[in-house]
Unconditional design. Sequence first.
Length: 589
Amino acid sequence: MEKTQRLGNLLIEKGYLTIEGLEAALKRQREQARSDNRLLGEILVDDGFCSEDQVVECLAVEYGVPYVKLEARLYDPAVVDLLPREYIEQNLVLPLFLVRGVLTVAVSEPANMVLIDELSQLTSHEVQFVAATSKDIRRMITSLPNSTVFVIDDIIEDSDQADVTLIEEAIEDIGDMAEVAGQSPVIRLVNYVIFTAVREGASDIHIEPGERCMRVRNRIDGKLYKSLEVPLHLLNAVTSRIKIMASLDISERRLPQDGRVQVMLEGRKVDLRVSTFPGNCGEKTVIRVLDTRGVSLVLENLGFSEGVLTRFTQNITAPNGIVLVTGPTGSGKSTTLYSALNSVATMENNVCTVEDPIEYNLPLINQFQVQDRVGLTFPVALRTLLRQDPDVIMLGEIRDEETARTAIQAALTGHLVLSTLHTNDATSAITRLINMGVEPFLIGAAMNMVLAQRLLRRICPKCRQEYEPSRALKKTVERLGYDVPVYYRGVGCRNCRNTGFRGRIGIHELLVVNDELRDAIVANKPVTLLRRIARRGGLESLQFDGFNKVREGITTVEEVFHAAGDGAMDNSVDANEKLDETMIAEAMP
């Protein structure tokens, strides 16, 4: 193992350690020999005589290996896969590069000769060491895809543990809370959480307290994935830091709060929407990430089939009427509306929006924020906006009868109105407006088109492979009337975080209101009859569009069933028949 006298001499020669310090450390090592097996270098670092960088540098000289300061460009990502990720994290080793059959590995203990033999057996290569600090190795492991290790040493170093504890114990001492929240370790932790989420393309960041730790999860492609876990005593400082950034009240911990903040990241602006909510273990914080770089506001990039895109484009260029986009929360309605506005916004058009909140700032478009607290509601804003000579109006959402009536009146007086509504399919949007209290003859006169949509996860193009599905799944697809000659799925790789999916694509159901359907709406016919008429007019279901994308190898059957299986209608069945949900459930893996 390490030669203590030589290590001490090297540290003294380089001016990193005094003779008195070495003698004190050696005395500590002798006194604790029976109860503590720490090496001299560990004692020197733990007791503050030297830094870890200084000790590892001298150990490298002692054992004749290079000493390196690790950087991202110093290792080959392909070489990292030579070792299991769990082994890398548990043993704090990092494969750097492979040259002529010799694998170079960064370690913090170059004296561990047993480790060389173990690594040679695992990788089937000759292994040579370079020395690096454990802190640098942890930091590099953190940057690897799918890593669950977080360099907590960097966050809490130079930070007094008592200060963090004081936040929990003296909540009323706001000055101390603000001071601790502004310390650089807490700032680095919050910055790391936000940077990692944006880099991975997350739409939301969940910072939630557990019984023993603070957990951070990122929503990527509609699913939550664990990003990191840190000690629970950092929760209050992290929450306070985020509140300070969003101009919220850090003294209020009993009531929910909402705010927003704009940050610069890699030279671009990223909008963050912050929401806090008190729970039994502390405040939970959710941050909505609005990063325009990860969102395409071009209609051609949203997954529309050629026929649907043509009809949709025709209707958003109409001189008047209502265009609705429906679907549940998180189905991409706002992105579709923004893309539609982008395609019609010109110097010759006055395009205006009323939103709550404004999600993306668009050129050539006048955007207005609803302010319920001062009485600027959707109906009030819309009535005022009609005096601003608009050509196209986008309402963030139709929530009630008053908003619906005002939107219809705007459409009937020569304006094109675009908005969203929460319904399961396109036809149900008509009955939803009727249930709100709007007369059917008004809906029939004003309605142009309803687009229902969902988002499906795309199969990762890097690891997409053909596979043979189960007999139950194939039988279900056949009974639904679809023909899928080849089935694809992602097997998982670094590119997709081993999920098999990368990105999302929309599936759509477009209802264009023709004369026959308009007469049926005015006559207040039931939704089943409206759907039959719409099918005769060319309506294709969400599920139909989804299976087209399955045949193209873009997504999986399971994704289509998950997004459009419940209540979705197949083109091959009668409109009043529901899908056999039991059959679908049996076919799901």
